[in-house]
Write a protein that binds this ligand. Structure first.
Ligand SMILES: C[S@@+](CC[C@H](N)C(=O)[O-])C[C@H]1O[C@@H](n2cnc3c(N)ncnc32)[C@H](O)[C@@H]1O
Length: 280
């Protein structure tokens, strides 16, 4: 073989190897993001009000000195992923010496807890072991042929692992259910930025039913933008139980099963998020 062909072949193999390694270790990005949310690193940097050095961050987070290197590596991953960015500041106030410091990016701004658009609950929920563990069984589930033995467990890997569908799981585990609903509400809040610019979509409608509308964030946004529009929200009884109804908000909550009946209205809204992919 010509030496050039050999080096080309080697180059392609190394590229293929790094491609595979990237995909093998992709979970590190997700889990590092989850860790940042768990430790509330975006809020800590935000509250610091200026770029934050590793030492200040470690001290604020009360990280044991023996783990400081780990925190450094975690921040490297998160900077690489664009969750945070790096800048330099004078070391101990001395202009002649510089030290690295972390700042927020648009992505970490979306993780701040005091923002209605905060996506921290979304990250925490989607990376909760309850939703991540089914992925470990995707192969078993796909390859399994035990249709007769577990007819009721074959809808998706989530059901195969937990024995119930995600909605029943949320009902039986209220802590997960509540975080899930908060996650969906955060996801919906971002629609605030677009609905008012596209309100003509709702022109000519007197009523709308938001099917599977969760705790009503989307319905409230629509009713604020279109005050004349009567919005009904249908979701499972345990999701809408106890939600405050207010005449001025023009949103009515109905508990029920969309597969049994849907309140009548001029239009139906069915908004789902990427969770469909998560559940396959
Ligand atoms: C992925 S969430 C979407 C929530 C909201 N529409 C959004 O976009 O953020 C799906 C919603 O459908 C609700 N749901 C699931 N099965 C349902 C059923 N059979 N009848 C009514 N609602 C249901 C869940 O409780 C959940 O709130």
């Amino acid at each position: 073989m010509h030496p050039f062909s050999r080096s080309q072949e080697a180059k392609e193999m190394f590229q293929a190897q790094s491609h595979l390694y990237n995909h093998t270790f992709n979970f590190i990005s997700s889990m590092s993001l989850k860790c940042a949310v768990q430790l509330r690193i975006p809020d800590v940097i935000y509250d610091h009000k200026r770029p934050m050095t590793l030492i200040d961050l470690a001290s604020k987070l009360r990280i044991h000195p023996s783990k400081a290197t780990c925190l450094y590596r975690l921040m490297r991953v998160l900077v690489h992923s664009g969750i945070f960015a790096e800048t330099v500041v004078p070391r101990d106030g001395k202009q002649e010496e510089e030290i690295k410091a972390y700042v927020l990016t648009p992505s970490s701004c979306l993780l701040l807890n005091d923002k209605a658009t905060g996506l921290s609950p979304f990250v925490a929920t989607m990376l909760d072991p309850a939703l991540v563990s089914p992925w470990h069984f995707l192969g078993d589930w796909l390859g399994g042929n035990n249709h007769e033995d577990c007819r009721d467990k074959l809808n998706n890997p989530f059901e195969a692992v937990h024995g119930v569908n995600i909605w029943d799981y949320g009902r039986k585990n209220p802590e997960f259910g509540n975080t899930f609903n908060t996650a969906m509400a955060g996801d919906c809040q971002l629609m605030n930025l677009v609905i008012k610019d596209y309100k003509e979509i709702f022109e000519g409608l007197n009523s709308l039913v938001d099917v599977g509308g969760g705790t009503g964030t989307m319905a409230r946004i629509i009713s604020e933008v279109c005050p004349g529009l009567k919005c009904t929200l249908l979701d499972l009884p345990h999701v809408v139980a106890g939600l405050p109804e207010s005449e001025s908000e023009n949103v009515k909550f109905v508990g029920g099963d969309m597969f049994e009946s849907i309140p009548s209205a001029d239009a139906i809204l069915l908004k789902v998020c990427t969770l469909g992919i998560a559940l396959l």
